[in-house]
Design a binder for this molecule. Structure first.
Ligand code: MN
Ligand code: MN
Length: 472
């Protein structure tokens, strides 16, 4: 597409408030979009819950499981919509384009794992008249934020015969919640002198589960045994079953409107379900594209994208090969060309400028709440170490696309130079030689139990991803 010169008024428009752009019905649409998002993140708090909900929604929109095509050797053609499910934790959704896939795909990728507390392999014990779970935190958490708040338990227990038991405790208003204690202020003088990183330590993140003993006074660990009895009655699981479980302790409760003007959403795990949801919703609007469009929803980003369901696994590459084969256009060389010719938006959250902590930000290169989708040309630490540094040619193309579709965007760095840093899945896809840039929704409280995002930025990010699918 032709790239118009961006003049001064366009630049001003680029860095203005999204809120100034929408009136009437359009403003209603913006708010309505976040209602769907709030509902989604209130229910889907684990990677498995996100993937199964995305599959349900995709099937409603005409997507089919690619594995049935592979099994039957049934061909795919332009316009077809399929998904590939990797262990219920990673999902790749495709709309097949009219052009050869060798010309490249348009990919928006995001992750659905969020920082949380995982149960240990042997989690249940009794101490001081309480039954408790041992946990091991997952991802980067500030441990002191996880005490004294209502927590819920989500996940699966896989029994020896392969039966999957789904568990969600603490979300229904009639459910009990669980939690982690903190020391009373009256006895905390030693604790209060400690560094914030040491005040609550990893081994202190133990979940209180109950305090009623079973009746038989001759038994040991009677409180623990009562919890086991309850778990057996409700779920048919025994203590041994924890060994083959994936149980995640997350903040309990729904996402809420935040701010007196309801302009923001407070919810658990905006990082990165806000980019996964917006990418998914954007893809659902795409019909009969010229290039094949993909929403890639991955696991394990928060611990380095490792493992069979992380971005570094061969799952995506193998799936692209399968789909090229099903459209009758596969060779090893064509696969390599397809990946190298692809373009990708690596959807991940960015840090929004926080007036409470201005000293870590560089205000001229920060993202702001309500100013649209944030592009991060590079992430990384120190001298951009570990960063995917996007090509300016690609950024110029994206500027033109966003302008054509009237999407408001901003640029951001993750804080001041040498203040810290972070990474995403961008560099992993960039290894194929494709153009990749990080972009997504700026948030406050990143990795805290309750994160904050602007409804305007959520809406604009969905529109930005959709524009990319239509034009890149
Ligand atoms: Mn993230
Ligand atoms: Mn993160």
């Amino acid at each position: 597409m032709d790239s118009k010169e961006t003049n001064k008024s366009n630049l001003e428009k680029t860095y203005g408030y999204v809120w100034d752009k929408y009136k009437g019905k359009e403003l209603d649409d913006l708010f309505a979009f976040s209602e769907g998002y709030k509902e989604f993140i209130s229910r889907c708090k684990t990677e498995r819950e996100c993937v199964s909900e995305f599959i349900r929604m995709a099937e409603e929109n005409g997507y089919k499981d690619v594995s049935t095509f592979i099994e039957k050797g049934e061909p795919l053609k332009a316009g077809d919509k399929v998904y590939a499910n990797n262990s219920g934790k990673t999902l790749a959704l495709f709309v097949i384009g009219s052009q050869s896939m060798e010309k490249g795909l348009r990919i928006v990728g995001a992750h659905v794992d969020s920082p949380r507390l995982d149960l240990k392999q042997n989690p249940l014990y009794e101490d001081g008249g309480l039954a408790l779970f041992k946990t091991h935190y997952y991802g980067g958490v500030k441990k002191y934020q996880w005490v004294t708040i209502p927590l819920a338990i989500h996940g699966v227990v896989i029994k020896k015969d392969g039966t999957v038991v789904d568990i969600v405790i603490g979300e229904d208003e009639n459910d009990p919640v669980v939690g982690i204690t903190d020391l009373l202020i009256h006895l905390a003088s030693d604790q209060m002198e400690k560094k914030l990183s040491k005040a609550i330590e990893g081994e202190d993140l133990n979940i209180s589960l109950g305090s009623i003993p079973i009746e038989d006074k001759d038994e040991k660990d009677r409180v623990k045994k009562n919890i086991l009895k309850l778990l057996y009655e409700k779920y048919g699981i025994t203590e041994e079953d924890f060994v083959s479980a994936e149980l995640e302790v997350v903040p309990a409760g729904k996402a809420r409107d935040y701010g007196l003007d309801r302009s923001m959403v407070m919810g658990y795990g905006h990082d990165d379900r806000v980019c996964a949801y917006t990418a998914f919703e954007a893809l659902m609007d795409i019909e009969n594209p010229d290039k094949t469009c993909v929403a890639l929803i991955v696991d394990k980003e928060e611990i380095g994208s490792v493992g069979a369901t992380g971005m570094t696994s061969r799952f995506f590459e193998n799936t692209v090969a399968e789909i090229m084969n099903l459209v009758g256009d596969y060779s090893e060389l064509k696969l390599r060309r397809a990946l190298a010719n692809s373009k990708m938006l690596s959807g991940d959250v960015s840090a929004a400028f926080d007036p409470n902590y201005p000293s870590v930000m560089e205000p001229r290169n920060s993202a702001y709440m309500g100013k649209g989708m944030a592009f991060n040309k590079y992430t990384g630490v120190r001298g951009k170490s570990g960063s995917n540094d996007a090509n300016p040619e690609f950024i110029a193309e994206l500027r033109a696309i966003m302008e054509k579709h009237d999407v408001m965007w901003q640029t951001a760095e993750l804080g001041k130079v040498d203040q810290g840093g972070g990474g995403t899945i961008a560099y992993i896809l960039a290894e194929y030689g494709m153009d990749v840039i990080d972009c997504g929704v700026p948030v406050h409280n990143m990795h805290a139990p309750w994160e904050i995002a602007s409804k305007a930025d959520i809406y604009e990010t969905m529109k930005g991803y959709r524009a990319f699918y239509m034009e890149a």
